[in-house]
Design a protein. Structure first.
Length: 220
């Protein structure tokens, strides 16, 4: 049976709580309490628990909205006439989203994401990232061996710099990104390519269970 839509006032409260939670998490991180959310939103604790009995739902909504934003950025980047300009803009804009959002950084690099959302997000973003790379490779702006997983690795590396320098030099990540992208342009990459499931493993997505019958068959 389909879920009944929330009453207008209930939906308004839910939206208020979401916006409040996201603003607090952006400033203070994912450790923000329900009491802090209720106080900032001007509601009772009961309202928060009624709308979000599972705290993970708040985190999942934050992550889902981020995926939507990254997909849109990738689509815009694919419209650039200069493939390298589009690719560098795409990487920079992703990190811009995180620069002012402490909670998002913790979410992306702290293993708090829903595995299902990671898989769905990868399925949407990876083909667009691959297209960006193919265009840059065809234009002679990148080595042929560069893969979408390399962009994820750069994102994690620069994100770590961002996290470490957030209260010391908030813009240091920009320098790190410039260095990383310049290195990618001139890298002699190892012959061995990353596993196909590397992106899932980087974000702690559990491996799919092996087929029991196949598991008991002798290796050829």
């Amino acid at each position: 049976m389909a879920e009944r839509p929330l009453r207008r006032d209930a939906e308004r409260n839910r939206r208020l709580l979401l916006e409040t939670a996201h603003a607090l998490m952006a400033r203070d991180g994912l450790e923000v309490t329900y009491e802090e959310i209720a106080t900032a939103a001007g509601t009772g604790m009961g309202t928060v628990y009624r709308r979000f009995p599972d705290r993970q739902e708040l985190v999942d909504i934050l992550f889902a909205e981020h995926i939507d934003a990254v997909v849109e950025l990738a689509r815009q980047a694919c419209q650039y006439d200069d493939p390298w300009a589009g690719l560098t803009w795409f990487m920079e804009q992703q990190l811009e989203l995180e620069a002012g959002n402490r909670g998002l950084g913790q979410l992306l690099r702290g293993g708090h994401q829903s595995s299902e959302l990671v898989i769905r997000g990868r399925a949407r973003i990876t083909p667009l990232a691959a297209d960006l790379l193919k265009r840059a490779i065809r234009a002679g702006q990148l080595p042929a061996a560069v893969l979408p997983a390399d962009l994820v690795t750069i994102h994690l590396m620069v994100g770590a710099v961002m996290d470490a320098a957030r209260h010391v030099d908030p813009d240091l990540w920009r320098r790190a990104l410039t260095v990383a992208l310049a290195g990618l342009q001139h890298a002699e990459l190892p012959a061995r390519q990353p596993d196909d499931n590397l992106i899932d493993r980087l974000f702690a997505v559990p491996a799919a269970p092996r087929d029991k019958k196949a598991a008991h068959e002798p290796a050829e």
